[in-house]
Design a protein. Structure first.
Length: 254
């Protein structure tokens, strides 16, 4: 069942969403060759607590860390460790914050040092996939329309879209209905309504779309070890379109 949010609910969610966005902004200067993902985890953890929040991933269904750090061919749910990120890498940092009982969820793929042009293109196209999808959102548009927009754009650049993982409703719970697939057909699926709040978070691969889960039962990688990039926002469907909730505090609503 999809839990429609009242205007008051959306108001209550904004601080959690903005704190998650501010956390990504805080971490950006630290994304340099030689930092460990454990250090990133500690920075995120400490910043979240210092601002009155709770890191939602920590102990969620057994996840052992406060943030997901997915490097290069890791698609999602990478577990922070003592491994250092290197010059030329890309890393997705996925932050979910609980504040006053509400969740905010956002992620971004960062360049580490000097990144090759073909890698930059993947990351840029992945970000555009998210932006194009958000631009489609308004009441009456279907979930299939959103997925189709992402799939068509990614595949027009000869990239592939991960099928097994998707966006999701969010609110007082980390994961709610609906599931927001990043592929699909126009006109299919649930029609959007004012009050829906969900994430869009396309995972785009240079190679084939197939993925596999590692033995830790969390880390998801591309089967062909090709690079993968991802961007994510939490959005609310408004009467006339959409509001991106996970913008930093200095940007406000759009």
């Amino acid at each position: 069942m999809i839990k429609l949010k009242t205007p008051e609910d959306v108001d209550a969610m904004r601080p959690a969403c903005r704190l998650a966005a501010d956390t990504l902004l805080m971490i950006e200067p630290y994304i340099r060759p030689g930092i460990t993902t454990n250090k990133i985890n500690q920075l995120v953890h400490d910043y979240t607590l210092a601002h009155g929040g709770i890191p939602a991933p920590l102990n969620y269904q057994g996840f052992p860390k406060s943030v997901c750090t997915s490097v290069n061919h890791v698609v999602c749910h990478g577990i922070p460790s003592d491994k250092k990120i290197l010059n030329g890498d890309i890393i997705n940092i996925d932050v979910t914050t609980i504040l006053n009982g509400w969740h905010g969820d956002t992620s971004r793929t960062f360049f580490v040092g000097d990144v090759k042009p073909f890698v930059k293109k993947l990351v840029n196209i992945s970000q555009q996939c998210l932006e194009l999808a958000i631009a489609k959102v308004k009441p009456g548009v279907t979930l299939g329309d959103i997925g189709h927009t992402i799939q068509r754009f990614a595949e027009s650049h000869r990239y592939s879209v991960v099928r097994e993982y998707c966006g999701h409703g969010i609110g007082r719970e980390f994961h709610e209905d609906p599931q927001v697939l990043h592929y699909g057909k126009r006109g299919q699926g649930k029609a959007l309504q004012e009050g829906m709040v969900f994430t869009i978070e396309p995972m785009i691969n240079i190679g084939r779309p197939a993925v596999k889960k590692l033995r830790d039962q969390w880390t998801v990688v591309t089967r062909d070890k090709s690079l993968s990039a991802q961007f994510e926002h939490t959005i609310a469907v408004t009467a006339t379109g959409t509001e991106i909730l996970t913008l930093p505090s200095h940007q406000g609503a759009t």
